[in-house]
Design a protein around this ligand. Structure first.
Ligand code: KG4
Ligand code: ZN
Length: 353
C-alpha cells in the first residue's frame, strides 16, 4: 500500500511516499530564505511559493521513487492547523489528484502527524504522553491510538519555537533561529543568565512563553549590545534560554505523567524536539519513570511530507477517509472530527474501498 503525503501548512512544501509504513521517497522545498529577511513567515509569500513548487515536487518525487502516479493507493494531506492560504494549496492539489486518480483521500491533522512521525524511525507505544513543540505550537496530549489524541494542555500565547526564533533573531541569527541558538548553547560551559521558568505556579498543563520571550529579549538588549557580544557570553546566554525552555516543558510533562498512570511512553515531536536540552531533559524524565522515550529522528522533526504520508498510511489502515468536501483549518480553529469510518469517501458517487 503506497500513501502519498503532502505538507504545505507553513513554509515548507514537502511531498513523500510511504509504502507499507516505510519511507520510499521524499522531496522538499524550503522557503526559509524567502522569509528570513522578514524575521518570520509572510503568509502571502508562503502561499505563492507553495503554488510554485508543488507540481514540480510531485514529478520529482515520482522520479526519485521510480513509480508511476497510478501506483499511489491513497492520498494524505495536512489540512491544518496552519496558514490558510498555504494549506489550501496542498489540499487543492490533493483533492485534484484524488479525483484524477480515483484514489481515497485523507485530511491529516498536522500536529498529530508530527507525533506519529516517530513511527518512521521506530515502534510507537500506546498509551503515550505526547509533547509537541514547534514554531507555532506547544501541546500536551494523551495518545491512546493513532486516531485518538486527547488534548491535555497547550500554549496560551507563544509557542516554544517562537521564543527560540525571536530571541535568536535578537542575537543576530536569521529565522528560523532555534537550531543556531541550540548549536551555540552546546558550546557553553554553563547557563550564566537568569531567565524565568514561566507559568508554573498553577495546577494546569498549559504553557505560556511570551513572558520568557520578552524577558530574554530585554536582557539581551540590556546586557550585551550585539556588536560587543563575546562568543562565549552569547553561548552562555543561548544555554540559559535552552535550559529555561527545557525545564518549563519538563515541569508540565512531569505533572501530566502524574495524572496518567497508565502511560507507557513519552513521545516528543515537532521542530523544537530537535533541541539538545529538551531532548535530554524529556528522555531523562522517561527513563526516571521507566517509560519508553519516543521521538522522530531530526530530519522527521521539522515539517515534512513523510510524517503526513505515514499518518495517512496508519489512518487509511484503520479504515478512515474523507470526501472531497473536507476543509482546510487555519490555526486557532478546532479541527473537526469528520474522518469517516468505515471508509466512505465518495468520488463520482462511488463509495471507495
Ligand atoms: O515543526 P516545525 O518544523 O514547524 C512548525 O510547525 O512550526 O518547527 C520549526 C521550529 C522553528 O521555530 C525552529 O527555530 C525550531 O523549530 N527548531 C529548533 C531547533 N531546530 C528547529 N528550536 C530549538 N532547537 C533546535 N535544535
Ligand atoms: Zn509543524
Amino acid at each position: 500500500m503506497i500513501c502519498l503525503g503532502i505538507e504545505s501548512s507553513c513554509d515548507e512544501t514537502s511531498l513523500a511516499l510511504v509504502r507499507d509504513g516505510e519511507l520510499i521517497g521524499h522531496t522538499l522545498a524550503s522557503q526559509a530564505c524567502v522569509h528570513s529577511v522578514f524575521g518570520g513567515v509572510v503568509p502571502e509569500l508562503a502561499g505563492r511559493e507553495h503554488y510554485r513548487h508543488i507540481g514540480p515536487l510531485f514529478d520529482e518525487l515520482l522520479e526519485k521513487a521510480d513509480i508511476e502516479a497510478w501506483e499511489i493507493d491513497c492520498i494524505a494531506v495536512a489540512r491544518g492547523p496552519g496558514l490558510l492560504g498555504s494549506l489550501l494549496v496542498g489540499v487543492s492539489f490533493a483533492k485534484a489528484l484524488a479525483l484524477g486518480l480515483g484514489r481515497p483521500l485523507l485530511g491529516v491533522n498536522h500536529l498529530h502527524a508530527h507525533l506519529l512521525a516517530a513511527g518512521l524511525d521506530g515502534k510507537l507505544v500506546y498509551p503515550g504522553l505526547g509533547l509537541l513543540v514547534s514554531g507555532g505550537h506547544t501541546q500536551l496530549y494523551e495518545i491512546k491510538s493513532p486516531d485518538c489524541f486527547v488534548p491535555l494542555g497547550r500554549t496560551l500565547d507563544d509557542a516554544a519555537g517562537e521564543a527560540f526564533d525571536k530571541v535568536g533573531n535578537e542575537l543576530g541569527f536569521h529565522y528560523p533561529a532555534g537550531k543556531k541558538v541550540d548549536e551555540l548553547a552546546q558550546m557553553a560551559g554553563k547557563a550564566e543568565y537568569q531567565l524565568p521558568r514561566p507559568y508554573l505556579d498553577n495546577d494546569n498543563l498549559d504553557f505560556s512563553f511570551s513572558g520568557l520571550k520578552t524577558a530574554a529579549i530585554t536582557l539581551a538588549r540590556q546586557e550585551m549590545p550585539k556588536k560587543d557580544w563575546a562568543p562565549d557570553a552569547k553561548a552562555a546566554f543561548c544555554r540559559s534560554l535552552n535550559e529555561a525552555i527545557a525545564e518549563t516543558l519538563l515541569v508540565k510533562a512531569r505533572r501530566a505523567l502524574e495524572r496518567l498512570p497508565e502511560t507507557r511512553a513519552i513521545w516528543l515531536a515537532g521542530g523544537v524536539a530537535a533541541n539538545s536540552a529538551i531532548r535530554r531533559t524529556i528522555s531523562e524524565l522517561a527513563e526516571a519513570n521507566s517509560l519508553r522515550f519516543i521521538a522522530p529522528s531530526a530530519r522527521h522533526c521539522v515539517d515534512n511530507g513523510a510524517m503526513i504520508a505515514y499518518a495517512g498510511y496508519l489512518l487509511h489502515g484503520l479504515g478512515y477517509g474523507h470526501g472531497l468536501d473536507f476543509e482546510a483549518v487555519p490555526r486557532g480553529r478546532k479541527i473537526p472530527e469528520d474522518m469517516k469510518k468505515p471508509r466512505t469517501g465518495v468520488l463520482w458517487g462511488r463509495t471507495l474501498s
